[in-house]
Design a binder for this molecule. Structure first.
Ligand code: T4K
Length: 374
């Protein structure tokens, strides 16, 4: 451990380079670089097994997966969503000419609050797009009931929820479609990458058409598709990474446990609830900072950590609803989103990644403890 070595909020899981070279050699020999190659097919199969889902459609990134998911379901009009997420969630609606309707979040999970969704439904509403923020599952039952009652599609942005299960069942098995991101900063990465999880063969076929220009065969174009395919190098990296994913999850778990232990008695610092019965991804470690009790604001602590070469992040500040593209929408008004505005002002994501040393976790915690009322 060196105090001069910068510690970022995350660092990618990188298996041994020599092992990746073996895959590269195979790609060189086959000269098959993309378009549903052998590694692409293998990764889809292995992910179905690992995640416990029926169908995986791989994508070049999570944003294109979101955009294509909306296309696949023919979503139009208005979609109810959360302002407390990464901008890509809402951008995917905007790119499909869909009006986002923001609804407030639940202060305990930071996820879209289902009890507030019904009031936002209009005759133009066609879908709900909640996000499992930081990998914490949304209230799946409640959303299912609302979607059924109002005949709405349900699309989960599950970018943070790789491998998350409730009572042994993947949360990706809920809703019409779920979207994963395999970006470098994610628990499971393929440099860039993503996936749509769907529940039946027909939908998989449709999504596979859409991500490949709409081509079915050499001369038939069945839909106005896009190019959003994952290439063989990304897929091979994914296959290799899957071998290390459980070990990496255990390391993340240990880090999360250490933060909880070291920070538990610090007044003004609250860790996100540790929900039981859930197999967590430990993708982020968010804490809330209350200045009145702790002595420093969230932004002051963020700067203090930075002075010590520790680069925490204020995910998700600013709220999506406060960005110029969206802030004119009536649902973006602050009084419509009190919890989201409050959490965005107080949240700080601490570094968590498999290669983060436990002694560094203690050092980060010590800085937080020592900064109290300074
Ligand atoms: N939906 C949700 C809920 C999402 O969170 C995201 C993406 C998406 C959809 C869209 O999925 P993708 O289209 O991205 O697949 C990052 C990521 O770029 C983004 O993927 C992620 N969410 C978001 C939460 O975080 P930035 O702008 O904060 O990343 P950046 O470049 O500042 O990286 C953060 C830290 O990670 C760096 O300080 C150091 C470390 N890092 C980063 C990269 C790129 C590395 O160590 N190596 C790397 O290669 O957005």
């Amino acid at each position: 451990m060196s105090k001069n070595k910068p510690i970022f909020v995350t660092s990618p899981l990188l298996p041994p380079l020599e092992e990746f070279q073996t895959y590269l050699k195979e790609i060189w020999e086959s000269k098959w670089l993309t378009n549903n190659g052998q590694f692409h097919q293998q990764l889809e199969k292995e992910l179905c097994d690992y995640l416990g889902v029926k169908h995986v459609c791989l994508f070049s990134n999570g944003t294109l997966a979101l955009i294509t998911a909306l296309q696949a379901l023919g979503i139009t009009g208005e979609v109810i969503t959360t302002p407390f997420s990464f901008v890509a969630t809402t951008h995917s609606l905007w790119w499909n000419n869909i009006k986002p309707v923001f609804v407030d979040i639940d202060p305990y999970t930071f996820n879209l609050d289902p009890t507030k969704v019904e009031a936002a439904i209009t005759p133009k509403t066609t879908a709900i797009m909640p996000v499992h923020v930081y990998g914490t599952p949304c209230n799946l039952k409640a959303f299912e009931q609302i979607a059924e009652t109002y005949n709405l599609k349900l699309i989960y942005d599950a970018a943070h929820a790789f491998g998350v299960e409730i009572n042994g069942n993947s949360i990706l098995n809920f809703g019409d479609l779920s979207i994963l991101s395999f970006h470098a900063t994610k628990v499971f990465n393929t440099f860039e990458g993503g996936a749509i999880i769907c529940q039946d063969e027909k939908m998989k076929r449709h999504i596979d058409d859409l991500k490949n220009f709409g081509f079915r065969g050499e001369t038939t174009v069945v839909a106005a598709g896009i190019n959003a395919k994952m290439n063989e190098m990304q897929a091979a990296f994914g296959i290799l990474q899957l071998k290390y994913i459980e070990e990496a999850r255990e390391k993340r778990k240990k880090i999360a446990k250490t933060y909880r232990q070291t920070l538990k008695s610090t007044e003004g610092i609250t860790c996100l609830n540790d929900f039981p019965d859930i197999k967590h991804a430990y993708s982020y470690f968010p804490v809330l900072i209350e200045q009145e009790k702790y002595g420093m604001s969230r932004d002051q602590l963020y700067e203090k950590l930075k002075e010590n070469n520790i680069y925490s992040r204020r995910y998700f500040y600013p709220l999506i609803s406060n960005f110029p593209t969206y802030k004119g929408l009536s649902s973006a008004k602050k009084d419509n989103l009190p919890n989201a505005n409050n959490i965005a002002k107080h949240v700080l994501c601490l570094p968590i990644y498999p290669s983060l040393e436990i002694e560094d976790v203690y050092r980060i915690s010590d800085i937080i403890l020592e900064s109290k009322f300074k």
